[in-house]
Write a protein that binds this ligand. Sequence first.
Ligand code: SAM
Length: 272
Amino acid sequence: MPKQGDINQPTDPVSALVAQLQASSKYGGTAESTLRDVALQALHHYRGKAALKEARRKLHNIVADYLGDPDYEAAAAQIAAVHNDSAALRTVCAQIAEAHTSTRERLRLLDSFYPRLFALTGVPDSILDLACALNPVLIPFMGLPPTTRYEAYDLHRERVGFLNRFFEVVHPAGRAFEGDILVDPPTQQVDVVFIFKEVHRWEQRRSGSSRALLEALQAHWVLVSLPAQNMTGRRDLSDSYRNLFHKVIAGKNWEVIEVHFEDEMVFCVHKT
Ligand SMILES: C[S@@+](CC[C@H](N)C(=O)[O-])C[C@H]1O[C@@H](n2cnc3c(N)ncnc32)[C@H](O)[C@@H]1O
């Protein structure tokens, strides 16, 4: 029986571990579905403090806050101030994209990145950007019509809040959703899905999770990218990550076209 005053304390071990993670400053802003999934996995092998330690170890890699964040309040205000001036908007969006490693690395490829991908897929009417981080702020460089439905998913609450403020003024046909797409894969029909620079981490989180997601997606094209170099630019990762990707889709009869950029490889999977 819970004691008086303990009425709000979760009694099952998974909920208790989730509550502990939610109370931490580092993981309090992470989607509950992610915390629950990680807690469940940790409790398969550990109990008590060891389970908490294991959950935090997993979350370090999943949330990856070492990749960087802008000041979201300031970024939203900057965008609101310049959104009617396309040149100024591009400058501000590029500055915001600098704050996160994945988009910072993509900035130097921008002249060719989206044009080469859309030359293959056609300019999409609908896009899902999964595990998006700050990639949607590159919309002013994508050459999309304002009508393109752009749905972005991330497990980082503050990032999602900022992206919705960005969409409101820059691309009203877009929307960001907080959630864990490995736990709840989106299944709406779209032209193109972006899954950029995340599959290697998902395979560490749970081997086979990327394949299950690729199978669930209802899209003409799924564009999966992986880094071609490590973060310092000193190690070539292209062979090992190409092998990883081909292991993920082994046995599938999907057509795959690889588009190679200086430090990012994109595997364009044609599902239909
Ligand atoms: C390495 S960044 C990739 C960013 C972006 N795709 C890009 O290349 O510009 C990883 C992002 O994916 C998010 N993420 C990781 N796993 C996720 C999941 N299962 N569901 C939703 N978001 C996820 C993280 O919160 C983080 O914002």
